[in-house]
Design a protein around this ligand. Structure first.
Ligand code: SAM
Length: 284
């Protein structure tokens, strides 16, 4: 590369890096917790990085957000209360609040800076979610919140950074145990669990914890271009049989929800749980 200074190189993995061209750096500063950058890229639009790791992009965030909200919410079928841990850009809250059945979303984000800068530089992700009266934004460590909450959530979504820095605590057995207690009966926990081809240990660790906590513990897959290395694993833990909801029922719920999507369909939902052997072997 001749113009090194115009590329952001993400070095999340030991033997692999990805570079994204920074057509225009819109923001680059340190929050209380992390170094935050927002820049413009010709393929992905605006990109948010924390400590030089891609968090979300204007172009491909819909895949991640749709699959971590619509899958558990529609599988559950009567989701009223949602908890999001992380999610500071507001895209996850937006997708959860798109469901008419959802009466209340609590979002617990450790870094007020991510929320503030996302409101200013990435409003196309939250699309008004921060002003929705159904949203309760809490600035706190998600692990502390989870330990102390009274719970009663139908769906809990862990929209965290990778298990480095402030996000590390969100991948522990302790945290998952508290998350299980925070679920209402029939509730579903979903997590971002990295790209299994690159971060297999991360998936194995979460799945081991889920198996000791839930009757149904597995993961499902979604391919998000900027989370490089193949499909991303999204952890799934519940004591209900929500994964077995028939396709026709999902189709009826999706039609009733009246939500426009770019990735999610009930058929994609069902197919996402079909795991290739290299992934299912990572589940103990
Ligand atoms: N989808 C992204 C990914 O997989 O790369 C992550 C999205 S980003 C919204 C994740 C958010 O989790 C960040 O805003 C970060 O500040 C927040 N976060 C990290 N550790 C946290 C913690 N312990 N409690 C609450 N939020 C946390």
């Amino acid at each position: 590369m001749s113009d090194q200074e115009n590329w952001l190189t993400e070095k999340l993995h030991d033997h692999y890096a990805q570079s994204l061209r920074t057509d225009e750096m819109l923001y680059d500063s340190k929050t209380k917790h992390q170094r935050l950058k927002v820049f413009q890229n010709g393929t992905f639009g605006r990109i948010l990085t924390l400590d030089d790791v891609v968090q979300t992009t204007e172009g491909d965030n819909f895949i991640y957000h749709e699959m971590l909200t619509h899958v558990p919410i529609l599988a559950h079928g009567a989701t009223k209360r949602v908890l999001i841990v992380g999610g500071g850009d507001g895209g996850m809250a937006r997708a959860a609040l798109d469901h008419k059945t959802v009466e209340h979303v609590t979002m617990v984000e450790i870094d007020a800076g991510v929320v503030e800068f996302s409101k200013e530089y990435l409003p196309m992700l939250s699309r008004g979610a921060f002003d929705d009266p159904r949203l309760n934004l809490v600035i706190a460590d998600g692990a502390d919140f989870m330990r102390d909450t009274d719970g009663g959530f139908d769906v809990i979504i862990i929209d965290s950074t990778d298990p480095i820095g402030p996000g590390e605590v969100l991948f522990t057995d302790h945290f998952y145990g508290h998350a299980k207690k925070a679920l209402a009966p029939g509730g579903i926990l979903v997590t971002q669990n990295g790209v299994p081809f690159m971060q297999g240990d991360e998936l194995t660790g979460t799945m081991r914890a889920f198996q000791s906590l839930f009757a149904d513990a597995t993961c499902y897959l979604a391919t998000i271009p900027t989370y490089a290395g193949g499909p991303m694993a999204l952890g799934w833990g519940t004591d209900s049989d929500a994964r077995q909801v028939p396709l026709e029922v999902l189709e009826a719920r999706f039609a009733e929800a009246g939500i426009e999507t770019n990735y999610y369909t009930p058929a994609v939902h069902k197919g996402a749980f079909a795991l290739p052997p290299y992934v299912s072997r990572l589940i103990p």
